[in-house]
Design a protein around this ligand. Structure first.
Ligand SMILES: NC(=O)c1ccc[n+]([C@@H]2O[C@H](COP(=O)([O-])OP(=O)(O)OC[C@H]3O[C@@H](n4cnc5c(N)ncnc54)[C@H](O)[C@@H]3O)[C@@H](O)[C@H]2O)c1
Ligand SMILES: [Zn+2]
Ligand SMILES: [Zn+2]
Length: 365
């Protein structure tokens, strides 16, 4: 049995209730969750922007302790402290070449809501309840996770707050450190100073960028961006964004990240680039969203635009490094976190939507 937040349909409120949890199957482990983050992508599924089958348990930023290991799992043992990240097959070309976020089976393995054989890990009164969201469905006190989602972490830090490293923080940090890889002394602009954007900003500091511009609608988020290392902040409400970024960077920014998914903002980010500038797009915009770009006069700029999933990270390598950076005081992602008891999940989602909390984490203890 586990206490889980079950969603019965699009836009439903979470029902915190008991569910039955099956045994870990081949390649799976059972994890007792200590804490789990709330990511905007949970909300994207809850509001129906991505097709999903209900009832289901969401949650994809879990952290906890391994309780049992299924057949064929090697290198993970009972008692291990783990962060749960996205799922991947491990066998396709992107997986084998070190880019599991672009796994050929990414959509099913992360948004399929069940195993390939159709079974689910959870049930209620004998009826199946969707599981395996991002290979983990961690809005539950105990869950079944794919071993490909499991990242072993050190056991001398507060496990509960580590969950967001599994998605939102990894996405922002990896987009900067893995995908864009700005050189020391370069300029970086972050459009949207939410959880993903601010993690990107912290990573830009780690990378040694010396001009870091944060753009957002909310003054409190811009103030926090300044505390975390932004050298310039731009209000999307008051300022002419392209002119302000141009001013801050002395004629265009070398690296930009859009976390808003708003077509007009993506266009601004593109228009802000310096020659040979690179723009990474990470927001989960609704399928069908289009952006128009000027490609006549900008031809001579040598610009690159790239979509990035999960920071193009290998979680088992990247997340332990982020924890070490955090422990060394160089990556204070916990400044973005506010914890809630698990049964306040609806409030955590509301506070995330209103902008009051940047990264809610639901705790089980
Ligand atoms: N690519 C991936 O692998 C991946 C992983 C995690 C999250 N995501 C997606 O990334 C996006 C960001 O996630 P988040 O958790 O940081 O969300 P968030 O809501 O915390 O942050 C978005 C920020 O954008 C700002 N914003 C909105 N409109 C703006 C505008 N017109 N101009 C400037 N700023 C504006 C908001 O004020 C907010 O601070 C979401 O779409 C999420 O689903 C993608
Ligand atoms: Zn794969
Ligand atoms: Zn996420």
């Amino acid at each position: 049995m586990a206490t889980a937040a079950v969603l019965s349909g699009v836009d439903a409120t979470f029902e915190v209730t008991e569910v039955d949890v099956g045994e870990p199957g081949p390649g799976e482990v059972r994890v007792r969750i200590a804490g789990t983050g709330v990511c905007h992508t949970d909300q994207v599924v809850r509001e129906g922007s991505y097709p999903y089958e209900f009832p289901a348990v969401l949650g994809h930023e879990g952290a906890g302790v391994v309780e049992a290991v299924g057949p064929g799992v090697t290198g993970i043992e009972e008692g291990d402290h783990v962060v749960l990240s996205f799922n991947s097959c491990g066998r396709c070309r992107p997986c084998l070449s070190g880019h599991p976020a672009y796994c050929d089976d990414f959509f099913f393995l992360n948004f399929g809501g069940r195993r390939h054989d159709g079974s689910t890990a959870f049930s209620r009164s004998g009826e199946p309840v969707g599981s395996h969201f991002f290979g983990q469905s961690s809005f539950a006190s105990t869950t079944i996770a794919s071993s490909r989602s499991v990242v072993k972490v050190r056991d001398d830090v507060d496990l509960a707050v580590l969950g967001p490293l599994g998605c939102g923080i990894q996405t922002g940090a990896g987009t900067v450190l893995n995908a864009l890889d700005p050189e020391p002394g370069s300029s970086v602009a972050i459009f949207g100073a939410g959880a993903v954007g601010l993690a990107g900003l912290l990573a830009a500091v780690v990378a040694g960028a010396t001009t870091i511009v944060a753009v957002d609608l909310h003054d409190e988020r811009l103030a926090l961006a300044g505390e975390l290392g932004a050298t310039h902040t731009v209000s999307a409400r008051r300022d002419d964004v392209v002119a302000a970024v141009d001013d801050a960077t002395g004629g265009g920014v070398q690296y930009a990240v859009d976390t808003t998914g708003v077509p007009a903002v993506v266009r601004q980010a593109f228009d802000c680039l310096a020659a040979q500038g690179r723009l990474a797009l990470v927001a989960a915009a609704a399928p069908g969203t289009e952006v128009s770009l000027e490609v006549g006069a900008s031809l001579v700029k040598g610009w690159q635009v790239q979509t990035v999933v999960e920071g193009d990270a290998v979680p088992q390598d990247f997340i332990p490094r982020l924890i070490d950076l955090w422990d060394a005081g160089l990556f204070p992602f916990d400044e973005l976190v506010r914890t809630y008891p698990f049964d306040q999940i609806d409030r955590a989602f509301a506070d995330s939507a209103s902008g009051e909390t940047i990264k809610p984490v639901l705790r089980f203890d």
